[in-house]
Design a protein around this ligand. Structure first.
Ligand code: SAH
Length: 406
């Protein structure tokens, strides 16, 4: 993480006092929400956390075979275990009858240790939206959401317990970062949903996961290695992984510029979503504090570079907040910022009606303002969609995941 700013210590979000007297190119200081101190930006997880148990989903097929050989078992057992996990979606050792009964417990304990326990599942939309609260091995809590549509099923996964990016309108951001999740912990959220769909537990008959979005808790690019591992496991052909199409995977980021560039070099054409939320530095410094490190121009340039390198259209996420970022002139400015990199179809805008979070001073835009915002973007040739707010009533929509017990 050496190319990220001040990696070894929490970086305090700037305050008015900090920026006074700083160089003239610095953007104006953000105003903290009334009564609330600005939260610090945290790039690295706290030291000293225990590592989650190693699981086959953390390893490549070869590494799994090595591990099994180390236990004095034939290497092909790794493939059998992988088939149970990724293809048959089996989690009960009793069903793994192709493994010799005497060694089954040892193999399962070594390669398929329990990673998380569901504490609570909440349903909406007649059971087709399901949010699960998971307890990880060390008691950390995370949430994932399964959304089934007539033509697809999307799992929204968490990549960190908590989040260090401190966006003031997002529920997850308010609790800070507890720790990074492991590759297997990320993958297991998808496998659990795949299992429920496969077993016909979700209305609509047996089905499969077609899409995974890294839009749950956490900043995926701040946990780069584990997230890349998870993307590989999701897209590796069975039994190495789940065999999903990379096109079905979306990684959403606040805009860690060096990591966006690194993702572009990985050669896995996932969709990149950039949480922009404002087209100007002054406002974005407040809404997305990492903007004080990487400006709108640098961030949008990295997104454009990602589109150029991967040939995948980038999605600009923009949570519409009444009276804050939803003015007609900001729609025009947003279009101009994006168009400055050309109109070759590299980008589209996805407006998210702000989902309410406890204590937030912000509310969703007036529908008329939202329509005008869409109209202005489209008038300038920017394809624009408005995201649905599935799962809102179970606090399962974007930015509402807070993962508390009780
Ligand atoms: N850290 C990543 C992914 C997690 S959030 C990121 O920021 O992109 C997924 C999306 O939900 C982001 O675009 C985020 O800005 C948005 N979001 C957060 N809080 C929200 C809220 N209260 N209402 C609507 N969208 C919100």
């Amino acid at each position: 993480m050496s190319d990220l700013p001040s990696p070894s210590r929490p970086v305090p979000a700037p305050t008015a006092a900090d920026s006074a007297g700083s160089d003239a190119s610095a953007a104006p200081a953000p105003t903290p929400a009334p009564g609330a101190a600005a939260l610090p930006l945290v790039m690295e997880e706290p030291r000293g956390r225990r590592k989650p148990p190693r699981h086959l989903a953390d390893l490549t097929l070869d590494e799994r075979a090595e591990h099994v050989s180390g236990l004095g078992q034939p290497g092909f057992r790794a493939k059998q275990l992988s088939t149970h996990y990724f293809s048959r979606l089996v989690d009960d050792p009793e069903e793994m009858t192709d493994l010799p009964a005497a060694q089954r417990a040892e193999l399962v304990a070594a390669l398929l240790p329990p990673l998380m326990t569901p504490l609570r599942t909440m349903e909406a939309d007649r059971g087709t939206t399901r949010k699960t609260l998971w307890k990880l091995f060390d008691g950390a809590l995370v949430e994932s959401v399964l959304m089934r549509y007539p033509d697809r099923a999307t799992v929204c996964v968490s990549s960190q317990a908590g989040c260090g990016m401190a966006c003031p309108f997002c529920a997850t951001g308010q609790g800070g970062l507890q720790r990074n999740m492991s590759t297997a912990e990320i993958v297991e959220q998808v496998v659990a949903s795949a299992r429920s769909l496969d077993r016909g537990e979700v209305p609509g008959g047996p089905g499969r996961v077609s899409n995974v979005v890294f839009m749950g808790m956490g900043e995926p690019l701040a946990n780069f290695k584990a997230v890349i591992g998870a993307v590989r496991r999701l897209t590796d052909p069975a039994p190495s992984g789940l065999g999903m199409s990379a096109r079905g995977v979306t990684v959403s980021t606040v805009g860690l510029v060096p990591r966006i560039n690194q993702l572009a070099e990985e050669g896995i054409p996932v969709t990149l979503a950039l949480s922009l939320h404002a087209p100007d530095d002054e406002l974005r410094n407040e809404l997305v504090p990492i903007n004080t490190r990487f400006s709108v121009a640098e961030t949008v340039e990295a997104a454009w570079n990602y589109a150029r390198t991967t040939k995948r259209r980038v999605s600009i996420e923009y949570a519409m907040m009444r009276g804050i970022n939803d003015q007609a002139e900001r729609a025009d400015l947003l279009a101009d910022v994006l168009l400055s990199y050309g109109d070759w179809g590299w980008v589209h805008v996805n407006l998210i009606p702000l989902n309410p979070t406890p204590g937030s001073k912000w509310t969703a835009s007036d529908p008329r303002d939202e329509r005008e915002f869409v109209r202005r973007l489209e008038a300038k040739g920017i394809p624009t969609t408005v995201r649905d707010t599935r799962g809102r009533e179970i606090d399962g929509a974007c930015g509402q995941l807070a993962a508390t017990e009780g």
